[in-house]
Design a protein. Structure first.
Length: 287
């Protein structure tokens, strides 16, 4: 065998052993969980690869990513795939802006075809509309949003990707004779648009996730799992708050849930310590 080919194979073997080592560390911590990477955005900005390695060792090996703008954290598809392979991470889902007001590249309204192609190359199962900026929450934009979501979902479907809409609390405000959230559920095509239900934000808005599962069965394949602190209503570690996850997860089949991600937008201490606390609680539950 030529030395060049031998060294290439040797390098691949070493990378495989390295990845296996990281995965064994994750297995040693217990249950492997999904994480919305936005939780550790400050660490990602400083050291993407090192952050992913740290998360895998903690037991988080599936990701929902954010911030696609034609590249992934400044990396090409090939470069990002290489980092994922080296660290043992799998990207399951990706968050995107609507582009209704903020004309950001990689949004539903700007460069969506390329976004879908790049995320397909990455091997994701889901893409989601993540957020509407305050200035985008107008009656005019709400009126056109279902068509934009349906069109985005149709393009995703062509690539074998499922499309979803992620909520905050403002979607539970009145719109015409209903709520924004119910309007989106009833005005979009269920074959093209699913919902990624954020359990914290719907609870913050004083609505019941299980009631929505009963009313719209099968529409909620993705969840964000984060807890609400008693008294303050602030985001806290999973298990340290007041949300009844046992009751919610008992209705997972009615919801149509396929995948869920831990997310913690902010922490009152060290974010990695907070994620370790959530992991410990969820590992005991085995939802």
């Amino acid at each position: 065998m030529e030395r060049r080919n031998f060294m290439k194979l040797l390098g691949l073997g070493a990378a495989g052993l390295y990845t296996a080592s990281l995965q064994s560390c994750a297995a040693a911590t217990g249950q492997e969980l999904g994480l919305q990477l936005f939780s550790v955005r400050d660490a990602v900005a400083k050291d993407l690869e090192g952050t992913l390695e740290r998360l895998v060792k903690m037991g988080y090996n599936k990701l929902e990513i954010y911030g696609y703008d034609g590249k992934f954290f400044g990396k090409t598809v090939a470069e990002f795939k290489s980092i994922l392979a080296k660290t043992g991470m799998k990207v399951v889902s990706s968050h995107h802006l609507s582009g209704l007001g903020n004309k950001a590249p990689g949004s539903l309204s700007v460069g969506w075809d390329k976004a879908v192609d790049d995320l397909h190359e990455l091997g994701v199962d889901y893409m989601a509309c993540a957020y509407l900026f305050p200035e985008e929450r107008t009656p005019e934009n709400y009126a056109q949003l279902p068509a934009l979501l349906n069109a985005s979902g149709e393009r995703c479907k062509q690539a074998g990707i499922r499309f979803a809409y992620h909520n905050h609390d403002f979607e539970f405000e009145p719109y015409n004779d209903t709520l924004v959230y119910d309007y989106l559920l009833t005005s979009t095509n269920p074959d093209l648009v699913s919902m990624e239900l954020d359990l914290y934000w719907i609870s913050k808005a004083k609505h019941d996730p299980v009631a929505y599962f009963d009313k719209y069965p099968g529409r909620f394949p993705l969840w964000h799992v984060k807890d609400m602190e008693k008294g303050t209503g602030d985001i806290t570690e999973v298990g340290n708050g007041v949300i009844d996850f046992d009751r919610i997860f008992a209705a997972r089949e009615k919801a149509g849930m396929k995948m869920w991600f831990v997310e913690q937008d902010v922490s009152k201490g060290d974010m990695f310590a907070s994620l370790a606390t959530s992991h410990k609680y969820l590992d005991g539950k085995r939802y």
